[in-house]
Write a protein that binds this ligand. Structure first.
Ligand SMILES: *Cc1c(COP(=O)(O)O)cnc(C)c1O
Length: 370
């Protein structure tokens, strides 16, 4: 599904140099590499502050903590996402209010967000799923009209941009954006990492404090926080890879265009629908497979040495961990349908046309035969 070894081999000397620098200075936790990376990522996104932390899940949790979200509060989000988005809301003792997604773009439906707002709503968390942005025109209109802050879960779409009535980079529209540097993400390190992005000074200060044990000055703790930090080695690696990120995203987009051309005329298969106002940075290239044949196709591809992924087979409303919220199992027809039909193909910076032609021929032969 990904080829990080191939990707890293091309920048081996840059990575070696970065890692040696950290080893020589001994700044393994915090230190100059982390600060420099935060500055460089802030410049890349156009946001004022970047607060690095331990991973993308922590970033979401810190964002909720910065808004004092807890028992009695509601957070509106989607269940068609990685578990973290919903999990952190439950972890804080608040109620995740799930709404369905758009059947074409797989991102949260703003009309349903509007309809789900109550006096208890404390935040809205759209997910920029698979590398494409949620409808930030409509969501920001809702946020501004109601005063409810938005936290963008940008773990899958760093570097994407929205160009509608509003303009800007993913993660910079809401009060906060969160991201992950898990190795397979579009900007991945060699372990765990994450960050919160914000242009609000007070929010940045709160996030920084929460991520560092709620500490105001050394051993003086003002609020209850957590320990969540990016280490020096990961920051040094991310500084190298951030320089190549634009190129990496272009490679993904080129691979997606080749897949599009290969599947365009194939019946029974739907290629990703592009939201015209968002660039798509293709964290995943995800097809919809008609006729209840997704799992059989997946098996067939696997037998031909082609890995695939199903993101996500169980939407939030159907997860056992969230059973106490008693979601209406019939209220999410799109999420449920997508869970049964989506299939993600190998997508990474090193994918070449030959590999893709092989994948497409095996896939199309199977779909045509049955
Ligand atoms: C990966 C991911 C996260 C969590 O990031 P981690 O670094 O693995 O904790 C959160 N939300 C989404 C949408 C993700 O894809």
């Amino acid at each position: 599904m990904v080829d990080l070894v191939g990707q890293h081999a091309k920048i081996q000397s840059e990575l070696d140099e970065a890692m040696r620098r950290v080893q020589e200075t001994g700044a393994f936790v915090k230190g100059p590499e982390v600060a420099a990376f935060a500055d460089e990522l802030a410049e890349f996104t156009g946001a004022k502050h970047v607060i690095p932390c331990g991973n993308g899940t922590d970033a979401l949790q810190i964002a909720l903590m910065a808004l004092n979200i807890g028992p009695g509060d509601e957070v509106i989000t989607t269940g068609f996402t990685f578990i973290s988005t919903v999990e952190v809301v439950a972890l804080m003792g608040a109620t995740p209010v799930l709404v369905d997604v758009h059947p074409d773009t797989f991102t949260i439906d703003p009309a349903q967000v509007q309809a789900a707002i109550t006096p208890k709503t404390k935040a809205i968390v759209p997910v920029h799923l698979f590398g494409q942005m949620a409808n930030m025109d409509a969501l920001m209109d809702i946020s501004e009209a109601t005063g409810i802050p938005i936290i963008e879960d940008n773990a899958q779409a760093i570097g994407a941009a929205w160009c509608g009535q509003r303009h800007g980079q993913s993660g910079t529209f809401g009060l906060m954006g969160t991201t992950s540097f898990f190795p397979s993400k579009n900007l991945g390190c060699m372990g765990d990492g994450g960050a919160i992005v914000t242009s609000d000074d007070a929010t940045a200060a709160r996030c920084r404090q929460i991520a560092n044990h709620g500490m105001a000055k050394q051993y003086h703790h003002e609020v209850v926080g957590i320990n969540s930090r990016l280490d020096g080695l990961q920051a040094a690696i991310l500084r190298v890879k951030l320089k190549h990120l634009r190129g990496y995203l272009q490679s993904r987009q080129a691979a997606a265009a080749r897949y599009d051309a290969l599947f365009e005329n194939q019946t029974g298969v739907h290629i990703p629908v592009r939201e015209p106002r968002s660039s798509h940075v293709f964290h995943q290239y995800t097809l919809k497979i008609e006729g209840g044949r997704r799992d059989a196709l997946r098996q067939h591809l696997s037998e031909h040495g082609i890995p695939t992924g199903v993101y996500y087979p169980v939407p939030g409303h159907a997860q056992k961990a969230f059973s106490k919220f008693q979601y209406d199992q019939n209220a999410y027809p799109t999420s449920s349908e997508l869970a049964a039909t989506v299939l993600s193909l190998p997508m990474h910076t090193e994918l070449d046309a030959k590999q893709q032609e092989y994948i497409a021929s095996v896939l199309c032969n199977f779909v045509d035969e049955k």
